[in-house]
Design a protein around this ligand. Structure first.
Ligand SMILES: [Zn+2]
Length: 151
């Protein structure tokens, strides 16, 4: 058996896929012992069991990271990741947007009515009041002043 770079590359790939040494030997048309010996010389990570046992095992994590490097899994995994959370996000976003800044705007007029600069104070109204804290304070002072004037 002569180990070419191509054969070694195939051995590494099949080994990474978690195939049994016997199966790798069949695919490379060499003996199982040749596979084991070459894998040892290449310092390939030892695998205690072939892929069938790894999948049924209680600890399948050893096989998972290696197979995630395969050419077929990443697109599928990426599609699952990108498609799953998006509908949930879209469902949440509008609700969050409409509820968060929904505070009643302050009704305090600023400037002279009829002029372009006229507008209402855009601060959030204080709870139970038509104006923001600042303008509510002014409004209540004025009301008090008027009452005192009238009295
Ligand atoms: Zn205000």
């Amino acid at each position: 058996m002569e180990w070419t770079d191509e054969t070694i590359a195939k051995l590494r790939a099949l080994w990474a896929e978690g195939l049994s040494t016997a199966e790798i030997g069949r695919r490379l048309n060499i003996s199982k012992n040749a596979v084991v010996g070459k894998a040892h010389r290449l310092n390939l990570p030892a695998r205690p069991s072939p892929i069938r046992r790894a999948e049924g095992d209680a600890t399948p994590r050893q096989a998972a990271p290696k197979r995630a490097q395969g050419p077929t899994l990443p697109p599928l995994a990426a599609a699952a990741v990108s498609s799953a959370p998006m509908p949930a996000l879209r469902a949440i976003m509008p609700a969050a947007k409409s509820s968060a800044p929904r505070a009643t705007p302050c009704c305090w007029p600023i400037g002279e009515p009829g002029k372009p600069s006229f507008h209402f104070c855009n601060a959030a109204a204080a709870t139970g009041k038509p104006y923001c804290e600042e303008h509510a304070a002014i409004a209540y002072v004025r009301v008090r002043d008027k009452r005192e004037d009238a009295a």
